[in-house]
Design a protein around this ligand. Sequence first.
Ligand SMILES: [Zn+2]
Ligand SMILES: [Zn+2]
Length: 491
Amino acid sequence: MRRFVWLLGLIAAGQQITPVPDKFYFEDGKLRVLILTGRNNHDWRQTTPFLRQVLEQSGRFDVRVTEEPSGLRPETLHPYDVLISNYCGPRWGFTAEKAVEDFVRAGKGLVVVHAASYPFGETPVLGEHMGRTNVYQAPWAAWGNMVGAIWSDKEPKTGHAQRHAYQVKWADEAHPIADGLKPFLLSDELYHNFRLKPGIHILASALDATESGGNGKEEPLLWTKPYGQGRVFHTALGHDLDAMHAPGFVASYARGVEWAATGKVTLPAVIDLNPKNKDALRVLLVTGGHDHESSFYGVFEKWRDAKVNVDPQPVAFRNDLRKSYDVLVLYDSIQMEQLPEKHRQNLRDFVESGKGLVVLHHAIVDFGGWEWWWKEVVGGRYVLKAEPGYEASTYLHDVELVVTPKSGHPITKGLPQMRVFDETYKKVWHRDDVQVLLTVDHPTSDMEIGWVSPYQKSRVVYVQLGHGRESHELPWYRTLVQRSVLWAGGR
Ligand SMILES: [Zn+2]
Ligand SMILES: [Zn+2]
């Protein structure tokens, strides 16, 4: 037994672990960013995801986050181009701190956001939610030298007066980070009385107005600092999400990160937080006549492939829609007599013009008295009242279902069988020649609950699912609806 333990020790000590190239784990051609967070007197749980999102949406960065920077080692930092500190807490210990110093000194980047300039100096360690720990740790001098400033408790104390809205002015408009940016407004804390280190290059400042309790001086807020071969960008801005949503914060931060990583800036002056593709489909989403949870709109939010306008019926059809839209999505409930003749013609013109139509959930009830609509176009009808040849349809809320996508169509391609919680319809009439997309085997439901209509003049899809939040928030449902819209739009 002793011999066995000794042997294990030998294997562990002498083991060579074959390295695997980083390229298998990072996106090609993107700058690699590691955000250090996990301790902060500010709400890092909210701000860190935002700091990450801004960078990812710019398309320039591949971003990771560590919430335990005290565990950093040289191997941890090796793949990255730039570190961002959104950290304000206790020291990280010798190994992690040396790894960060060496990383920057060797020519990489560091970005310091808001309160991340506070820790590791002469002031006491802060806890979460502005908690006072009353613990003083020995300073980590190199941090202040990297940041380019430290905080002081001595007069005049480093800190801020009352939070207010103020203008940030560029001191060096020609710097790559500032180039093309205008002065900008935000509501934030305005840090004052930093103890600045030699070698900082001030990019932007703001007046610490006496009306808000400030010192009446122009205070430096954004600056750069060389450290060894590396580049540091410091922004005092970013107390919370409200401050961070200012376009000026977004642009200066993202460009500062790029500059710290590379020494150059290619990002534009405006970074859109909810960008749309250039060739995004133009979609008119028609609601009204039937209540629904607001979660329905989540299906279309943050979706780059479509620009979606919402308009209720019947006014949604007041104009000729052919010039303005590629796809019509109906999530409404309306009968023929509620739609004026001119509006009805506009709807008909759109459908006959080779565009796309997606009918969702209760919109299968629409225009029961307009035979052309349900028989030719949609290929199906929820029958409100029984009539010769058509039994009345029925519905039941809150049913747990297994939905099976049928293969053989781009809308359902590769989608798995799903567990869904939704409303079921029974005895919905549909044509025999629809192409079935979705099936269900449940006593309260029809078998076919989604199809492509055989209508020839435009592409028409019906998806029965989508009564409530449980479906609206399901990624599978979002994919299904989005694909239906794309396919209807000819994509
Ligand atoms: Zn703050
Ligand atoms: Zn419903």
